[in-house]
Each structure stands twice: as C-alpha cells, then as structure tokens.
Design a protein. Structure first.
Length: 615
C-alpha cells in the first residue's frame, strides 16, 4: 500500500515556532487499519471475579500509582510508608518516610524520588535507605524529572529548580506561570517548560539550559495538550490533532516531523517504546480509541487501528510494554500490539474499591486497593513483540515549491560546554585551567549550591583538564606530566570533579583509578570517587579491586583505609546489590593477613557500619 503525503515542513521565524503539518486522510487511515487487521483471539477478564495471583499489605492507602523497579514493585502510602515487594508479591522492605507524602513520586534506575510536605525531595535507594532530603523553597507541582546525567528537575506554579545527585540545589529560577504539563528534557539536555499563558490560543514553551540559562521561546501553531520526553527529543500533541517531535539540532529547536491527523481533537495519550523506538498517539473517536503508530525519529507512518473505548477523562495509565502498549481508564484495561492485535481486555473492579493501577513488564496488572492491599493479576504470557516497517511515502508534485522554499532558523545557541582543542604539547604538559583563587571559589559554590550558570564554566574546565590528565598515560613518562608534578592542584581538581554533583565523570574516575600509579594521587582518586558515590555499573568498585591487586600498595594504610570508606559510601548509595556484588568481596579481601592489622581492623569496622545501616 502506498500513502500519499504532502511534504512535511517545520518553520521557525524570529524565535517563533510554526508547524505546517502533513494530513492523514480518513480514507488512508481506515485503509491502513483494514489491511493491518486485528488477528488472534482476545482474552477477556473480569477482575471482580478473578482471583489475584498474589496480594500484599502496605502501610496505608497508596497516594500515587505503584511503580516498577528491577526488583519488583514500589508503592508510597498515606501512612508515611514506602514499601517494596518482588514481582511475585514478597515484601522486600518497608521504610518510613519523613514528612507528609504527596502524589509526586518517581522511580529512575531503581532510585526512588519522593516529594513530601509539598517542598521536600527525598532520594531513596533500592534498599529503602534514604540518602538525602533536599529542601525546596516553593511547592512542587509535578513528579521529579531525571536527566541523563542524574540531575533532577522540579517545577512549581512559577518556578523551576535543579538538584544534583548529591542533593545540593544547583539553581532555581522564576518563570511565568507554568501549565499543567510536565517539565520535559530535550535530546541535548536542555529543559522545556510549557507556560499557562497562550499567544492567540497557541502554546508557548520556554527552553532553559541545564545550567538554568534562558534560551529559546517557542510558540506552537495551537495549544499543546500533551508532551512526553524521549531520547529523540520531545513528542507533542496539539489540540487540533497535530502530533510531532521537537528536538535540538545545531543549538536550536527544530521539528524533524509533524503530522496532522484527520481527528480534530488532541491525543489524550502518548506512548514511546524504548525497544522499538516507535510512538503511539491515542485519540478518542466516539466510543472507541484510535491509535496512530509512527517511527519516533522520522514520523514515518506505520499503522492505525481502533481498540475498545477508553474514557479520556478517566484515563488511569498509558504506557509502552515489551509487547506493545497498555492503556486503562477507571473501568477497562487492555494491552495490544503495535499492529493492533488486542491481547487481552479486563473489566476492572468498581473504582470505589481501588485508588491506582500499574502494569508491569512481566504482564502483571497491579491494583492499589483502598483497604491497604496490593492485588496483582497476571494477564498473559508475554508474546514476542511485533516489529513494523514504515509505509512507503510518495511526495505530491504540488509540494515541490514548498520543498524548495528557503528555511528560516531561530537564533542559535552554542552548547554551554564545548570540547577544547589541545595540542600534543598541551596534552603532555597539562594546562592549569583554575587558579588557586578560582578553586577556592568553586569549592565554596559547589558546597553551598545555587551556582547556576557557573557550572558550565566549571564543567568546561574539568573536562579539559581531565582530558589532558588522561592523555598523560599515553605518553612515555606520565610521572613527568604537569599533573604528576603538581599533586596539590591535581587533588583539588579531583575533589571538584566529585563535588559537581552529576554522573558525567564516573567514567573518568574509572579510567584514572586503573591507570594512576602515584600513591598520593591514587588515594585522592579513591577518596573523591567515594564521595561522588554514584557507580551504577560497578566500574569504580571494580577499579578498587584492580588497585588492590598491586602488591606494592599492600602496606599503604592511608590508601587501603580510603578504599574501605569509599566502598562504604558507594554501596550505601547504590544499595544492597552493590554491597553483595563488590563491597563484601573488597572488605573480605582487606581483612586477609596480607594486609597490616590496622587495615584489617578498619575493614571489620566498615562491615559493622553496614550492619547498622540495615539495608
């Protein structure tokens, strides 16, 4: 089948965003649905009559939907209790939270971000241990949003804040009143907030750098009703039925694609699949739900179909799954493939009996009942997901003039952190990017917080210096480098790298720990990498194990005690899996007779500190 389109174009003129959209005709989409078809037998469930495969009691009624982790389910209750259980319903831990829980609750890479007392954020690791609580000066009105480098964004009615992985606030800015849409993160790490005010009914989006600097102001061709972050940029749905992607290219916003559906109302759900990199936009059409599936990166049309009616006003959850997409309102839940095959539908218990629901990757529908119980229903064995190929698209001749028309761009903004070009001599000798006074000032700012755009300067200098430092290990004599001959400066640089409060330098710590031979600098690297604490892949802990294989360091008590402390800090932050996989082995090794008695005693006391944590 061939579908004929008009040429897609996204125009930007003088900081204003205009969207010219391709139109999917009713006939085209109905024809696509007819050809795709809906095959197979749908499993029909009535959960009022089904027996749950497991139940688990939590410490109160859920204040937010349960959410999924790699180890199972986490749920927050009004009894100030955070509970975690396996996918089979076995309780792993229950921990109290300090303050009144709110409905704003996020899980990202097994870290749990809990908003309490409207203004506080608490970071909880996968062992249920509260790592830090950050105070915020305004009432938070959204789920915390986590960027790729670990920084955390939250907004209020007229404010936007950013916190580091260490809980220190990096910046806070005032904004115009923000609409009831989430903070979104562009593909370059910059941030988008959608404003409540409109320009002639058209939504306004303000873009800020990750360092809190005001950048572009974007005006859409209509009201934005939905916005979702994906790794390609921000997927948007407009009130007039348009759907599209906005991303950053060469420093400014543009739209790789935008489409106009025949449906004259906005999509009520957007589901992006990390597995297939496809996106489903869901519309309410009469008593049915119309789903349009496209390639997220290019906007190429894949298919369109309808499924059973889901009430837009009662939507509970819409998400991608391993097999396709899940959607539910207060009465009905269902899962279907990307090509429209409905695997199962479920009639839900009366809404008065439950507060929230969630659907897991292992095909369990979790209901948070209002009697303090989680109920899980296994809906099906997970089928193999379908992979759709884009429809062939022909461009109409009438659009040749539009294709050849000149394209205008917004004012461009260079990335705040640019890679510096260094000569071979520079790499061998090193460059001192920071004076002593600048290091003093940076340490004060990083410890206090609210340093805002200064972070761009700090990161630029750190990246340049680390590149030079790492390059010295490819020279004939690293011991003659600037960094080796200026250990005090290098130690302060390493400390600053940990203080910056983002995950960007974890690989640098790993490389330097495995290559540095100078005991003084190696001790500084161990200490600072432990203070950073973030080690999601266990690479830093593995580096400690490599360091300990150097028999020449067996009597270096300062270094070995630092390894004990750093191991404790990282395992405390990352949780029990890090302790079981690396921490216990490191401390057990340091407890062996090959090491001095003070080191063995210190390793034993570090074990005792873990016992007191009760992870």
């Amino acid at each position: 089948m061939h579908i004929k389109f008009k040429k897609i174009q996204f125009k930007k003129v003088s900081r204003v965003l205009f969207i010219a959209a391709t139109v999917f005709s009713m006939a085209q989409l109905q024809n696509a649905a007819a050809q795709q078809g809906i095959h197979g037998q749908t499993r029909e469930l009535d959960l009022s009559r089904e027996k749950p495969d497991w139940q688990s009691v939590i410490g109160g009624n859920a204040v937010a939907p349960a959410t999924e982790t790699s180890y199972g389910i986490a749920v927050l209750s009004d009894g100030r209790m955070l509970s975690a259980c396996t996918s089979g319903g076995n309780v792993i831990w229950k921990k109290g939270v300090s303050g009144r829980p709110s409905k704003y609750f996020t899980v990202h890479e097994d870290f749990i971000y809990v908003v309490t007392n409207d203004k506080k954020i608490t970071l909880v690791n996968q062992s249920g241990l509260s790592l830090w609580t950050a105070e915020n000066s305004f009432r938070i009105t959204e789920n915390p949003v986590i960027a790729n480098d670990g920084r955390i964004f939250v907004h209020g009615e007229r404010n936007l804040s950013c916190f580091g992985i260490n809980g220190i606030r990096k910046w806070q800015i005032d904004t115009p009143r923000i609409a009831e849409l989430p903070t979104c993160v562009f593909n370059d790490g910059s941030v988008a907030v959608f404003l409540e005010a409109k320009e002639n009914g058209k939504s306004i989006c303000k873009r800020y750098s990750r360092f809190g600097e005001a950048m572009e102001e974007l005006i859409f061709s209509d009201e934005v009703v939905l916005a979702v972050t994906c790794d390609k940029g921000i997927l948007v749905a407009l009130a007039n039925g348009s759907i599209g992607l906005v991303s950053i290219s060469k420093g400014s916003a543009e739209s790789p694609w935008i489409q106009k559906s025949y449906i004259e109302s906005g999509a009520f759900a957007i589901c992006y699949s990390d597995a297939t990199e496809d996106v489903a936009f869901m519309f309410q059409t009469g008593g049915r739900t119309t789903v349009i599936v496209l390639k997220a990166e290019t906007g190429e049309f894949l298919t369109q179909f309808t499924v059973g009616g889901i009430s837009k006003s009662e939507l509970q959850l819409a998400r991608s799954t391993k097999s396709g997409f899940f959607i539910a309102d207060g009465n009905t839940a269902m899962e279907f493939s990307e090509d429209g095959i409905v695997y199962w539908t479920a009639k839900l218990p009366d809404k008065s009996r439950w507060n929230y629901l969630y659907y897991t990757e292992s095909s369990h529908l979790i209901l948070c009942m209002n009697d303090w119980v989680l109920r899980s229903y296994h809906t099906m064995q997970t089928p193999k997901p379908a992979r759709l190929e884009p429809e062939k698209i022909e461009q109409s001749d009438s659009d040749e003039e539009e294709e050849n028309a000149p394209k205008f761009t917004l004012d461009t903004f260079d990335d705040a952190v640019k890679e510096q070009k260094l000569s071979e001599l520079d790499r061998e000798l090193g460059i001192r990017m920071f004076t002593d006074d600048e290091l003093d000032e940076a340490e004060r700012h990083l410890a206090k917080g609210d340093y805002g755009p200064l972070e761009a300067e700090y990161q630029r200098g750190i990246k340049s210096e680390l590149k030079s430092y790492e390059a010295t290990f490819y020279t004939k004599n690293p011991s003659q480098s600037f960094f080796a001959k200026n250990p005090s400066y290098t130690q302060r640089l390493i400390k600053m790298t940990a203080q910056i409060g983002c995950a960007e330098f974890t690989k640098d710590f790993t490389f330097l720990l495995r290559n540095e031979k100078d005991p003084q600098l190696l001790t500084a690297l161990v200490y600072s990498s432990g203070k950073q604490s973030y080690d999601p892949d266990g690479d830093i802990l593995t580096s400690y194990e490599i360091v300990m294989r150097n028999s020449g360091l067996n009597s270096n008590e300062a270094l070995l005690k630092n390894i004990c402390d750093a191991t404790f800090d990282i395992c405390k932050y990352m949780g029990r899996p890090a302790l079981n996989k690396h921490g216990k082995e490191i401390l057990t090794h340091l407890y062996s007779p090959a090491y001095p008695k003070p080191v063995r005693d210190y390793a034993r006391k570090t074990f005792e500190k873990f016992t007191k944590l009760n992870m």
